[in-house]
Write a protein that binds this ligand. Structure first.
Ligand code: CA
Length: 228
């Protein structure tokens, strides 16, 4: 059992390698990128439990990455900053980082901050074992969906797709994001499987209950929205 999937975005190769080895030893599953743009793409296409993010990066800088992450995810982000500058820390936290640590740091301190950030986000998840959206209730433990008290029969993939949309409600998700998060990289299929399953869901939810839950962002993807 892994303690969690961690993404390190840090262009100082030896530091990134050091953190990677320590975290792997501690039982985390670790991915590393030395470039801002590539790191952000890895975040977009995979599920991570926590992100360690350097500020000064080639490609896209850390503050910008953090802002973009916050638009689509609540994943904890710990900023690794070489600067002891207060304004950098403020900018980091303003951009939505959960915490920051100043280089050089003791690995024990980083591990403690990571545990704290993961604990916080897991408490958040546990509270989410039931999600309410409009008149829809998703019971995450039982994997059951009710609309106005009536049970909705969904297949495994339909359920996972709906859960992913509702967890990210009011955020437009691209077909690629949906595909990678619900089907995963290992699935040998085309992203148009997303359109097919959206149709299934609409038939079982929107059409059956006579309300709009799932919206199309033309040419981009889909989202569920609080709008009527
Ligand atoms: Ca750097």
């Amino acid at each position: 059992m892994t303690k969690g999937k961690i993404l390190i975005i840090e262009d100082e190769v030896s530091l990134a390698r050091f953190i990677e080895l320590e975290l792997t030893f501690e039982g985390y599953e670790v991915s590393v990128s030395h470039d801002g743009r590539e790191g952000y793409e890895m975040f977009e296409s995979q599920n991570f439990d926590l992100i360690l993010l350097d500020l000064m990066l080639p490609g896209i800088d850390g503050i910008e990455i953090c802002k973009r992450i916050r638009k689509i995810s609540n994943v904890p982000v710990i900023i690794l900053t070489a600067k002891d500058d207060v304004s950098d820390k403020v900018a980091g936290l303003d951009s939505g980082a959960s915490d920051y640590i100043t280089k050089p740091f003791a690995i024990e301190e980083l591990l403690a901050r990571m545990r704290a950030a993961l604990r916080k986000s897991q408490t958040f998840d546990v509270k989410l074992n039931s999600l309410t959206f409009k008149d829809m209730v998703i019971d995450i433990d039982k994997r059951m969906v009710h609309i106005s008290g009536e049970a909705v029969e969904l297949t495994k993939k339909e359920y996972e797709l709906l859960l992913y949309l509702v967890k990210n409600k009011n955020i437009v998700l691209t077909r690629e994001q949906i595909f990678n998060n619900v089907w995963g990289y290992d699935y040998l299929g085309e992203t148009n499987v997303v359109d097919v399953y959206i149709r299934y869901l609409r038939a079982k939810i929107d059409e059956k209950f006579g309300k709009r839950y799932i919206f199309t962002a033309r040419g981009v993807g889909y989202y569920v929205s609080d709008e009527k």
